[in-house]
Every structure is written in structure tokens, then in C-alpha cells.
Design a protein around this ligand. Structure first.
Ligand code: HEC
Length: 149
């Protein structure tokens, strides 16, 4: 009886660690991974803006960049375990992320909503440009409050 209770408890802890994913990881690795992904998002935004303004790149480049943004939007909620603020590696994540979790969540949601509305291709330049602007504003909205200058 005691044994099975204990085994259950150990199993639950292991499961929590597994389900927690990033939370079980080394903080430095979390910071590096999210920064690398956000840098990719920055590159994607530039590719899309250059395509719209200067006609650079192909439809495949646009598709790839939109996919990068969708990927980041799908992962962003899991990137902020406690203990990864400024001071850990190259982190520029302000403590406000953990002090004002509701506000931070709201910024993340605004970003996800904007990305979800981004057309998959830029054939309608006006529509694409408008939505790309909304995505850019959502990036900025979060950075202003939660990323170190
Ligand atoms: C919900 C908040 C939030 C949203 C939305 C967000 N970011 Fe960030 N971003 C951050 C935070 C916080 C950091 C600092 C992370 C760190 O240093 O660990 C950051 C860092 C970055 C970096 C620096 C990475 C590096 O290695 O120098 C870039 C580039 C970036 N974001 C681009 C973007 C782009 C582009 C978007 C929108 C497409 C975006 N971010 C959306 C919060 C956000």
C-alpha cells in the first residue's frame, strides 16, 4: 500500500516535470532558445516587409516567414519560466513579466490573434500589409512593457 502510494507520487512528479517541458530545463537553455526563435521572428518580419515594399523574395519566402511567425505564436506562452529574467545569460526579459502576468498574457494573446489573421500569402498586398502592421504593433506592444531596451 505504502509502496504504491509512493510510486504514484514519484510518477506524478516525473510527469509534472515532463509536461512542464521548458520548466524542467536549464534557465540558460530556455533563454537561448526563446531568443533564437524571436530573432527568427524578427527576420521573418523583415522578409515580409521587404517583400511588400520592395518586391523582394518569392511567394515561397513569404510562406516560410508566415510559418515562422505561426510557430512562434504557438510556442510563446511556454517560454517564460520563473528564473529567466535579466541577469540570466543574455536575457532581456524584464521582471514585469512575472509581476504583471495578466498584462503579459494579454500582450501574448494580442500577438497570437494578429498572427492568426495574417493571410498565408501576400497576393492581396493591401490586406497583407494591414495585417502585417498589426503583427508588428503587437511585437512592439509587448517589447515596450516587457523587454529591456
Ligand atoms: C508577449 C511578449 C512578446 C511578443 C508578443 C514578442 N516579443 Fe520579442 N521579445 C520579448 C521579450 C520579453 C524578449 C527578451 C527575451 C530574452 O532576452 O530572453 C524579446 C526578444 C526579442 C528579440 C531579441 C532576440 C535576440 O536574440 O536579440 C527579437 C528580435 C524579438 N523579440 C522580436 C520579436 C518580433 C519580431 C515579434 C513579433 C513578430 C515579437 N518579438 C513578439 C517579448 C515579446
Amino acid at each position: 500500500m505504502m509502496r504504491s502510494v509512493l510510486a504514484g507520487a514519484v510518477g506524478a512528479v516525473l510527469l509534472a516535470g515532463f509536461v512542464g517541458g521548458a520548466f524542467a530545463q536549464d534557465p540558460l537553455a530556455v533563454v537561448d532558445a526563446r531568443r533564437a526563435a524571436l530573432k527568427q521572428a524578427g527576420g521573418a518580419m523583415k522578409t515580409l516587409a521587404d517583400h511588400l515594399k520592395e518586391g523582394k523574395g518569392t511567394a515561397a519566402d513569404v510562406e516560410k516567414s508566415v510559418a515562422v511567425l505561426r510557430d512562434v505564436a504557438g510556442k510563446i506562452d511556454g517560454w517564460w519560466p520563473k528564473g529567466t529574467a535579466v541577469g540570466v545569460g543574455n536575457s532581456e526579459a524584464l521582471p514585469a513579466i512575472w509581476e504583471k502576468p495578466d498584462e503579459f498574457k494579454q500582450k501574448a494573446e494580442a500577438f497570437k490573434t494578429a498572427v492568426a489573421s495574417l493571410p498565408a500569402d501576400a497576393s492581396d498586398k493591401a490586406a497583407f500589409g494591414k495585417q502585417l502592421g498589426a503583427v508588428g504593433a503587437s511585437c512592439k506592444g509587448c517589447h515596450t512593457a516587457f523587454r529591456e531596451d
